[in-house]
Design a protein around this ligand. Structure first.
Ligand SMILES: *[C@@H]1O[C@H](CO)[C@@H](O)[C@H](O)[C@H]1NC(C)=O
Ligand SMILES: *[C@@H]1O[C@H](CO)[C@@H](O)[C@H](O)[C@H]1NC(C)=O
Ligand SMILES: *[C@@H]1O[C@H](CO)[C@@H](O)[C@H](O)[C@H]1NC(C)=O
Length: 352
C-alpha cells in the first residue's frame, strides 16, 4: 500500500466511523451490484443452472455459517465494501425472497455466476445476461419510485454506488474453451467486443440516472488454480498467455472508462484494479499472511468449483484463512477482505 493509499484509507476509516457512529447511516443511499460469480450472492440459486454454490462447504465461514450462493467460504469483497460503507446488511440477491419491501431501498444485487460482458457466455450456462441484469435493475428502480416517490428515488439513483465485476467467465469459461470463439476472434478482438458491451452498460445506467459506477478489472486469470490446471500444459506456474490477455483487456477497459467519463457529464466512473493486488497475494503470499496461493482450499484445490466443490470433495482444508483461493476459481474470504480494502481506498471519489 502506497503512502497516499494509506492516507486515503485512514481518511476513509475516519469518515466511515464518524458517519456510522454519529448517525447510523451509510455513506451513500444504496449499493447495487452487477456481474458474475465473483459478486453473485445467490441469484443463481433460483435458476436452472449447474453453476451454483448454495451447498456446503460454500458459506461455512459466513456470518451464518450457512451457504448462501456466494462462491466463497465467507464474505465477498463487495460484502466487505458494504460494511465499510456503513450498511447494516448486504444488498440481497434480486431474485431471492429477501429482495422485497423497504430493504430494497438500500440496493440489490443482480449478479449471476457465469454471466459476463458477452451475452452468449451467460446463455451457455443458463445465467442472467448483463442486459437482463439491467432489465431487473429497471424493475428495481420502479419499485423504489413506488415506495418513496420520483424525487427521492432520483436522488437515490444518482447518489448510490453501482459496482460491476465481470469478464473472468467470458475468458476462462467461454473464450479459451470454445473453438467457435477462439478460432474466429483473437483475444484482442474478443476484448474489444467485451469492452463495447461494457460501454453500452455504462451508457444505459447513465441514461437511467446513475452517476456513480465502479468497475473491477480482470484478475490475473492465468493464476487462477483451475486455469493453471486447464491451460498450464502441466506446469505449476501462472499461465503467461492468459495474464497477458487480461492485462491487455484491462488497458482497454481503462481507456474506454476514461473516454466515457469525459463524454458523460457528472459521471464518476472508477476502475478498480484487482489485477495487481491479487497478483501480489499470489506471488508473495507470506508477505500478506497467506501460505498457499497455488491451490484452493476446496477439494484438491486445483480445479473444483460449483457442484464439484461439495461436502464429498476429498482434501478440503479445515482452515481456509491462509489460502488465497477458496476454490479453483474464487478468492477466499481472507483474500476478499484485503481486496476490498484496496477497493475502498480507490473508491473514495465515489463517496463524496
Ligand atoms: C445482448 O442481448 C441484448 C438483448 O437480448 C442486446 O440488446 C445486446 O445488443 C446484446 N449485447 C451483446 C454485446 O451482444
Ligand atoms: C488507468 O489509466 C490511468 C491513466 O493512464 C492510470 O493512472 C491507471 O493506473 C490505470 N489504471 C489501471 C487499472 O490500469
Ligand atoms: C486458521 O489459520 C490461521 C492462520 O492461517 C490462524 O491464525 C487461525 O487461528 C486458524 N483458525 C483456527 C480456527 O484454527
Amino acid at each position: 500500500m502506497g503512502l497516499s493509499g494509506s492516507v486515503l484509507g485512514f481518511i476513509l476509516v475516519v469518515a466511515v466511523s464518524f458517519f456510522c457512529v454519529a448517525h447510523g447511516d451509510p455513506l451513500v443511499p444504496a449499493l447495487c451490484i452487477f456481474g458474475d460469480s465473483v459478486v453473485d450472492v445467490g441469484n443463481n440459486n433460483n435458476l436452472q443452472t449447474l453453476i451454483k454454490a448454495n451447498f456446503l462447504p460454500y458459506g461455512r465461514d459466513f456470518v451464518t455459517h450457512r451457504p448462501t450462493g456466494r462462491f466463497c467460504n465467507g464474505k465477498l469483497a463487495t460484502d466487505f465494501a458494504a460494511e465499510y460503507l456503513g450498511f447494516a446488511s448486504y444488498p440481497p440477491a434480486y431474485l431471492s425472497q429477501d429482495a422485497k419491501g423497504k430493504i430494497l431501498l438500500a440496493g440489490a444485487n443482480f449478479a449471476s455466476a457465469s454471466s459476463g460482458f458477452y451475452n452468449k457466455t451467460a446463455k451457455l450456462y443458463g445465467a442472467i445476461t448483463l442486459a437482463q441484469q439491467v432489465e431487473y435493475y429497471k424493475e428495481w428502480q420502479n419499485k423504489v419510485v413506488e415506495m418513496v416517490g420520483k424525487a427521492r428515488a432520483n436522488a437515490i439513483f444518482s447518489g448510490s454506488i453501482h459496482l460491476l465485476s465481470a469478464g473472468s467467465s467470458d475468458f476462462v469459461q467461454n473464450y479459451y474453451i470454445n473453438p467457435l470463439l477462439n478460432i474466429f476472434y483473437s483475444p484482442d478482438r474478443f476484448s474489444d467486443i467485451l469492452v463495447q458491451s461494457y460501454s453500452t452498460f455504462v451508457q444505459n445506467l447513465y441514461g437511467l440516472g446513475v452517476r456513480k459506477i465502479g468497475v473491477t478489472t480482470l484478475p490475473p486469470t492465468g493464476c487462477l488454480p483451475a486455469a493453471i490446471t486447464l491451460f498450464g500444459s502441466g506446469s505449476n506456474r501462472c499461465v503467461v498467455r492468459l495474464n497477458g490477455d487480461a492485462i491487455s483487456f484491462n488497458n482497454k477497459l481503462n481507456s474506454t472508462s476514461q473516454d466515457l467519463q469525459s463524454r458523460l457529464p457528472g459521471l464518476k466512473l472508477v476502475v478498480f484494479d484487482i489485477y495487481q493486488p491479487l497478483l501480489g497475494l499470489i506471488t508473495k503470499p507470506t508477505d500478506n499472511g497467506f501460505f498457499e496461493s497455488r491451490k484452493g482450499c476446496c477439494g484438491t484445490g486445483t480445479l473444483e468449483t460449483s457442484v464439484l466443490c461439495n461436502e464429498r470433495s476429498i482434501g478440503t482444508c479445515s482452515n481456509a484463512t491462509g489460502y488465497v483461493f477458496w476454490d479453483g476459481f474464487h478468492p477466499s474470504e481472507s483474500a476478499n477482505q484485503i481486496l476490498a480494502q484496496d477497493l475502498l481506498e480507490k473508491g473514495v471519489s465515489l463517496i463524496s
